[in-house]
Write a protein that binds this ligand. Sequence first.
Ligand code: HEM
Length: 136
Amino acid sequence: MRILWPTVNALLNLTSALLLTAGYRFIRRRRVRAHRACMLGAVTSSALFLLSYVLYHTFHGTTPFPKGGFIRILYFAILLSHTVLALIILPLVLLTLLRALRAEYPRHRQIARWTLPLWLYVSVTGVAIYVMLYHW
Ligand code: HEM
């Protein structure tokens, strides 16, 4: 049980990363409906992750990182950049989505070029943090 919940959270992050990648590939090929579906899916899995993450930490508190040395420095560097960027992407994702849903596509595209790589970084490092914490 102790590892099941974090595993579900990591899988939600992984799902977001895969949907973001697929969504980007679709829009490059002008497949707007498929792009829309993937991006709405990524928003959903990230929102579920956020909810589940907050609930998990409300019940379990924090998990200390057990290792020392270089791997510990790497872990905290990833954790810090992940946390800071996670706070930044929240309003960015909402604005990107809002512009798309209002059909303001040129403005959507402008901001999405920042949102997409940052969001991908946050999702992938979310999975990396889980692997480092529970499987190394
Ligand atoms: C928040 C989630 C979303 C993200 C991160 C995102 C990301 C992107 C990115 C990076 C591009 C530019 C692709 C390029 O450089 O060629 C783009 C373009 C586009 N997106 Fe999204 N998108 C999202 C949601 C949506 C939704 C819900 C729609 C609804 C239809 C949509 C419709 C479009 C369209 C039509 C374009 C082409 C705009 C143009 O070429 O002027 N996007 N999106």
